[in-house]
Design a protein around this ligand. Structure first.
Ligand code: ADP
Ligand code: ASP
Ligand code: MG
Length: 408
C-alpha cells in the first residue's frame, strides 16, 4: 500500500462535470487500496473573481480580510467533492487549512508555512477516510486565516506530502506534464519525462506557472517525489526528481517567458560611492524583491541605475523611488511596465559555454533588442520589450531544437 497526495488545480475542478470526473479518478486510487490525501484548488477563475470584487471596493484592500475572502473558493470545491465521493461510496471528508493543521507566519496573502500538525489527517487515514483538503490556506499563530500566494495549492500538496512522507505527490492540471516551453505559447513544445528540482525551480521562478515556485523549493528540500499529470487524459506525466547524469548532457531543458516584470530607472545619479547602497537598502527594507540591476557608465559624473521588480511591487517601488531620487540628487526617474523576461534553463549549461552568445544572436536575428541580461550557473535571462516575448520564446525554442528529444 502506497501513500499518495493528489492535487487537482482550478481547471480540473472548474465545473460540476469536471469535479465529477476528478471524483472518478480519486475513487479509482481509493479502490486500489492506497492511502490517499486529496488537495483541491478553487474552481478556475474563482480566486480572480473574488480578488476583482475586493479591488472594486478599494484600491488597497485589507490583507487580513482579503485572505478570509480568497480562502472561500477552496471551501466550495472541497465540500462539493466530499459530497460526490460519499455518493460514490468513498469515505471522504473535507478539511480546511485550519483543520488540517497548516500553521503559517503572519504575512497575509503570501504566508509561509511554519509547521504542520498532521494529527487529524493521520487519524482520518487510520479510519480509512480520504481527507479532501482545501489548498492555498492556513492559519497564523493568532488563528487568523492566511493564504499562501497565487498557485499556493501546489504548496499545500507538497507540505502534506513531506509531512506524511508520501510516496508521490501528484499535481494534476490541464497539461500532461512540464514542457520545454509553455505548450499554450509554443505548439511544438515537448513534454519532459523528468526534470531536476533545480531546473524546475528556475523554470517556475522564471514564469512557468505549472508549479508554484515555493512548492518546488520545498519539494527539493525534503526530496518529495513530484509528478505533474493531466486530469483530462490518462498517461504518464513529468517526474520532478534529483539531478542525474543524463540531465547534464542536455544543454538547455526549457525556455520561459515572464510578463510579471517592470523596470525602474533612476536617471542622472551622481557617480559617487554609497548611492546604489542608499537606493537598494531602502528597497530591500520595504521587502521589494529586486531582480536585475544595471548601472550605465557615465561620462559627466552622472550615471543611470535601472532595476526590475515584480509588477505587483511596482506601486510600492515608485513611491519609494520618488523620495529616494530627490534624496540622492537624481535628475529624474522613469518606469517601464511593457517589458518581459525570457530565459533559458538547463543544468547542462554548467559544463557548456556559448549558450549566452547563441541566445543573443537569436534575439538579434529576430530584431529583438536586449535591455538587460542576468546569468546564473544554470540559466540566462534577457529583458526584452513585452510585445516581443512570445516571438523570443519561440525563436529560442527553435534555435536550441527543444522540440527534438535529446540523443540517447
Ligand atoms: P492549475 O489550475 O492546475 O494549478 P496552472 O494554470 O497553475 O494550473 O498551470 C498550468 C498551466 O501552466 C498550463 O496550462 C500552461 O499554460 C502553463 N505552463 C507554463 N509553462 C509551462 C511549461 N513549461 N510546461 C507546462 N505548462 C506550462
Ligand atoms: N486558488 C488559488 C489561486 O488561484 C490557489 C491555487 O489555485 O493553487 O491562486
Ligand atoms: Mg497552479
Amino acid at each position: 500500500m502506497a501513500c499518495y497526495v493528489q492535487k487537482f488545480g482550478g481547471s480540473s475542478v472548474g465545473n460540476i462535470e469536471r469535479i465529477q470526473h476528478v471524483a472518478q479518478l480519486i475513487d479509482k486510487t481509493y479502490r486500489e487500496g492506497h492511502q490517499l490525501v486529496v488537495v483541491l484548488s478553487a474552481m478556475s477563475g474563482e480566486t480572480d473573481r473574488l480578488m476583482k470584487m475586493a479591488r472594486e471596493l478599494s484600491t488597497d484592500p485589507d490583507d487580513r480580510e482579503l485572505d478570509v475572502l480568497l480562502s472561500s473558493g477552496e471551501r466550495v470545491t472541497i465540500a462539493l467533492m466530499a459530497m460526490i465521493l460519499k455518493n460514490l461510496g468513498v469515505n471522504a471528508r473535507s478539511f480546511t487549512g485550519r483543520q488540517v493543521g497548516i500553521v503559517t507566519d503572519g504575512a497575509h496573502t503570501k504566508a509561509r508555512v511554519s509547521r504542520v500538525d498532521t494529527k487529524r489527517v493521520l487519524l482520518a487515514l487510520k479510519d480509512k477516510v480520504v481527507p479532501i483538503v482545501a489548498g492555498f490556506q492556513g492559519i497564523n499563530e493568532a488563528s487568523d486565516v492566511t493564504t499562501l500566494g497565487r498557485g499556493g495549492s501546489d504548496l499545500t500538496a507538497v507540505v502534506l506530502a513531506a509531512a506524511l512522507k508520501a510516496d508521490t505527490c501528484f499535481i494534476y492540471t490541464d497539461v500532461d506534464g512540464v514542457y520545454t516551453a509553455d505548450p499554450n505559447m509554443v505548439p511544438s513544445a515537448r513534454r519532459l519525462d523528468k526534470i531536476s528540482y533545480e531546473e524546475m525551480l528556475e523554470m517556475a521562478s522564471l514564469g512557468a506557472k505549472v508549479l508554484q515556485t515555493r512548492s518546488v523549493e520545498l519539494a527539493a528540500k525534503h526530496q518529495v517525489p513530484v509528478e505533474v499529470r493531466s486530469s483530462f487524459q490518462d498517461g504518464p506525466g513529468t517526474r520532478v526528481v534529483k539531478e542525474d547524469v543524463d540531465m547534464e548532457q542536455v544543454l538547455v531543458s526549457g525556455v520561459t517567458g515572464d510578463r510579471n516584470q517592470a523596470k525602474v530607472t533612476v536617471v542622472g545619479v551622481p557617480d559617487q560611492p554609497g548611492i546604489a547602497a542608499k537606493i537598494f537598502v531602502a528597497i530591500a527594507e520595504a521587502a521589494i524583491n529586486v531582480d536585475m540591476i544595471i548601472q550605465n557608465v557615465s561620462q559627466d559624473s552622472l550615471t543611470d541605475i535601472s532595476f526590475t521588480v515584480p509588477r505587483s511591487d511596482l506601486k510600492a517601488a515608485i513611491s519609494l523611488v520618488q523620495d529616494l531620487a530627490k534624496e540622492v540628487g537624481a535628475r529624474t526617474f522613469e518606469v517601464n511596465e511593457a517589458i518581459a523576461k525570457v530565459s533559458l534553463v538547463g543544468v547542462g549549461m554548467r559544463s557548456h559555454s556559448g549558450v549566452a552568445a547563441r541566445m543573443f544572436a537569436t534575439l538579434s536575428r529576430d530584431g529583438i533588442n536586449i535591455m538587460m541580461i542576468s546569468t546564473s550557473e544554470i540559466k540566462i535571462s534577457c529583458v526584452v520589450e513585452e510585445k516581443y516575448m512570445e516571438l523570443a520564446v519561440r525563436g529560442l525554442h527553435q534555435e536550441f531544437e527543444l522540440e527534438k528529444p535529446p540523443a540517447a
